[in-house]
Design a protein around this ligand. Structure first.
Ligand code: UDX
Length: 465
């Protein structure tokens, strides 16, 4: 499956309590990226001030409460706040006195276009400028179009501070582990004069960042020092590759569907080739979330601006394949009922874009639920973490927190987010004792098809016979 348990084990126990090399740091933007980064940096001994414009978020974080669901984050926050090393504020003047200022604000997709909206990045930098001192380092972590650092640099350099790009590769649901134990650190250096940035600014920003990440550096984590453009591109290239890998296997699922082949066995077989690898070959309803969809679109838009649209034209196809899988899941449910879901009770297991997250941004799971409802089905959605967020955006759906209550009397069950409580802990026998019908659509290919069939269910997978 997509999320092997071995990844999850002891995620929190790996937090390195190495308190050497303490520094004062600012983290601007306290969303999924910034809040985790701030808490993780405090956990390794730094004095960290997190800054955000949203007072509700800041109030929660100041109490040591995570404003969103992220495993292990609350422990880290509570520990940091209690230690006095971690504080949160809406007041940008608190950035004064920090040595490194991380920019971790969002870069959403522009309204009415594919490009990234850099309003928050520009706003954060402008608000920070009055508090920068010579020798400070501004470290961009937000995912931005290549060329953004070069655009921002003159304003920052005018204060005597230096700008580096230090992309973040954390996955939601694993964010604490990914931040404390990254698989690589990338630092892009530059100066708008084109000269050696250390010589001009008098600050060896790479050495400073090594000090910031001292436990990971000491553990031998690859530390790649490069230029701004490469650092910016590393991030979008990584996400483009991951999205392509998922859409590749989903394209194979489409072929499997017309040939009777089984895409999960296909993925296992090709995944044994170490050059290919089994991870991110989970065929299903595809990718969503706050990163992959908007990042591949922003990459396409930027490539067009650079006159190289054709170089990443395949990303349009990656996006199209991905969106088709949602259509396919809906189609399977409709087919299962012989052509119409009108007034059929459909229990949708999952709303988050993936397990261990409450994030519903561009969630394929929620999209499938909304479309079924649009076709007249009586849709009940359940999710262990994302119901509040889902209800805010789609109040027209019925939400039931308790899984068993959600599937009670359902004519069909549709698994769209592979939380353990649906994938591992729901047996077909138990489900049979609650539901009215025996139709199961497995949008994540996470269930044991044979076991469900043996229990009398009609099982539909994605690219499986
Ligand atoms: C992603 C990148 O993995 C991370 O490195 C980057 O920093 C941010 O974007 P994230 O959005 O948290 O992280 O989720 P990820 O685990 O990559 O999953 C993205 C989506 O792909 C989910 O909707 C997931 O369900 C789907 N997925 C993943 C598949 O459909 N199949 C797979 O095999 C793997």
């Amino acid at each position: 499956m997509t999320y092997p348990d071995s990844d999850r084990k002891d995620a929190a126990t790996h937090i390195v309590a190495d308190l050497g090399g303490s520094m004062r740091l600012t983290v601007i933007g306290c969303g999924y990226l910034g809040a985790v980064h701030a808490a993780a940096m405090a956990s390794i001994g730094h004095e960290v001030v997190g800054i955000d414009v949203d007072p509700r978020k800041i109030d929660a974080l100041s109490r040591g409460e995570a404003p969103f669901f992220e495993p292990d984050l609350e422990d880290l926050l509570a520990g940091g706040v209690a230690s006095g090393r971690l504080s949160f504020t809406t007041d940008m003047s608190q950035a004064a006195g920090s040595r490194v200022h991380f920019i971790a604000v969002g870069t959403p997709q522009q309204q009415g276009g594919y490009a990234a909206d850099l309003t928050y990045v520009n706003g954060a930098v402008d608000a920070l400028l009055p508090y920068l001192r010579p020798g400070d380092v501004v470290a961009g972590k937000s995912t931005v179009p290549v060329g953004t650092a070069a655009e921002l640099a003159p304003r920052i350099e005018a204060t005597g501070a230096a700008l580096v790009w230090n992309p973040e590769f954390l996955r939601e649901g694993w964010a604490v582990k990914d931040t404390v134990e990254p698989d690589r650190l990338v630092v892009g250096l530059g100066h708008s004069s084109g000269a050696d940035p250390a010589a001009v600014t008098g600050t060896d920003a790479a050495a400073l960042l090594r000090e910031v990440y001292h436990p990971a550096v000491a553990a031998g984590t690859p530390f790649i020092v490069t230029d701004w453009s490469t650092a910016e591109l590393v991030k979008v290239a990584a996400n483009a590759f991951l999205a392509t890998k998922i859409s590749f296997i989903n394209a194979m699922a489409e072929i499997a569907e017309v040939t009777g082949a089984d895409v999960t066995q296909l993925a296992d077989a090709i995944g044994h080739d170490v050059r290919i690898g089994r991870r991110f070959l989970g065929a299903g309803i595809g990718f969503g979330g706050g990163c992959l969809p908007k990042d591949i679109r922003a990459f396409s838009a930027r490539a067009e601006e650079l006159g190289r649209g054709e170089s990443v034209a395949f990303l349009r196809e990656v996006d199209a394949i991905n969106l088709r899988r949602r259509d396919r899941a809906v189609e399977l449910v409709v087919q299962a009922f012989g052509g119409s879901v009108f007034e059929k009770r459909v229990a949708v297991l999952g709303a988050a874009f993936k397990p261990f997250s409450d994030d519903i941004r561009d969630s394929p799971a929620l999209d499938v639920a909304v479309r079924l409802r649009g076709l007249g089905a009586d849709v009940v959605v359940t999710d262990p973490a994302a119901i509040d967020n889902a209800r805010r955006v789609h109040p027209q759906l019925t939400y039931i927190t308790d899984r068993d209550e959600a599937i009670r009397d359902a004519d069909a069950v549709v698994l769209v987010t592979e939380w353990d409580e649906y994938r591992r802990q729901l047996s077909p026998e138990h489900a049979s004792s609650l539901t009215a019908g025996r139709i199961i659509v497995d949008g994540r290919n996470g269930l044991d098809a044979a076991a469900w069939r043996a229990a009398g269910w009609t099982y539909f997978g994605m690219g499986r016979p």
